[in-house]
Design a protein around this ligand. Structure first.
Ligand SMILES: [Fe+2]
Ligand SMILES: [Fe+2]
Length: 318
């Protein structure tokens, strides 16, 4: 796969917004001047993730949307507030079948006039439940995600298990092998916070096999965008390196899944050690990483950490 010259990752939807964060050498934000300008709209935060990815090479441009946030409300509002035209998106990649990542999908399709190819795994449609800390089950964990509803609105589901090229220099990983011991998912569906799926008519542990990442090759390096990293952020980055044959990881953006209730701090420490070995250039843990784990990552990599919340655009060049 040939890399692009430049990528711009704009955080359309994320758990937080902060108008006081300053711009940096490679990041611009919807900051104080934007928020106080009466002619502009302010981006809003919600517990979800959507990243707009602009790829540039030669004189061409290509746009990928990675996830759609929890609601069309936030996705469409923030796109307008940040001057991003969702009509121009060439391809959508859904990381996995959880509502904080596909929740804005139907509203996005209704907003658009052109059909939209959608990379996602068939198991994203699997019925799911969550066991609450009280021991009861929460239904509706992936309510509303059906092929019928998507295709009725112009979405073209491209179901895949293997990696899929979704644009120039862009690869959706497909299923991510679970190789790292400390990232193995829990197997007991009776414990609090257990993820459960219904397969073959039976309830069983949900390892979220549909979980995938988006990998952008920029020059001879790669940028990895993760949704929730249910497969484990280290498994995900290593899969991206294997698929592209590239060892230089320029950046990792997205949920690192270290903030989920019950996650031991030792998992964060082990993750930091692996990230150090991989020598990741820029770390942007967001969303389900959790504030505590994100601050530990910041302390471990003060020069490589970027606090990336709603409204930020990060440029990475070859
Ligand atoms: Fe998530
Ligand atoms: Fe998730």
């Amino acid at each position: 796969m040939q890399g692009v010259r430049r990528v711009v990752v704009t955080t359309l939807v994320e758990n937080s917004v902060d108008m006081l964060l300053a711009d940096g050498p490679n990041v611009t934000r919807a900051g104080l001047a934007h928020h106080f300008d009466p002619k502009k709209q302010n981006p809003i935060a919600e517990n979800g993730l959507a990243l707009h990815v602009l790829l540039e090479w030669d004189r061409y441009r290509y746009r990928i949307l990675f996830d759609t946030g929890m609601s069309g409300l936030a996705l469409l509002h923030n796109a307008a507030a940040l001057d991003i035209d969702l009509q121009q998106v060439d391809h959508l990649v859904i990381s996995h079948g959880h509502p904080d990542h596909y929740g804005g999908l139907l509203a996005l399709l209704e907003h658009r006039s052109a059909p939209l190819p959608i990379s996602m795994h068939d198991e994203a449609f699997t019925p799911r439940y969550l066991r609450l800390a009280s021991g009861q089950l929460a239904p509706y964990y992936n309510h509303g995600l059906t092929r019928r509803e998507i295709e009725a609105r112009g979405g073209c589901v491209v179901g895949h298990d293997d990696a899929l090229e979704v644009g120039p220099g862009a690869l959706a990983t497909g299923r991510i092998p679970r190789l790292v011991g400390f990232e193995a998912p829990p197997q007991d569906i009776s414990t609090p916070n257990a993820l459960i799926q219904v397969s073959g008519g039976r309830m069983c542990p949900d390892a979220v096999p549909d979980d995938q990442a988006l990998v952008i090759q920029v020059g001879d390096g790669i940028v990895v965008l993760t949704g929730c990293s249910h497969a484990g952020v280290i498994n995900t980055v290593r899969r991206a390196m294997d698929l592209t044959g590239r060892q230089r990881v320029l950046g990792v953006f997205g949920g690192f899944h270290l903030g989920f209730p019950g996650t031991p701090e030792s998992k964060t420490d082990a993750t930091i050690e692996e990230l150090r070995q991989i020598d990741v250039g820029m770390l942007c843990p967001m969303h389900c990483t959790g504030m505590v784990a994100a601050m530990r990552i910041r302390a471990a990599f003060p020069d490589r950490f970027l606090l990336n919340c709603t409204g930020a655009s990060v440029v990475i060049e070859a």
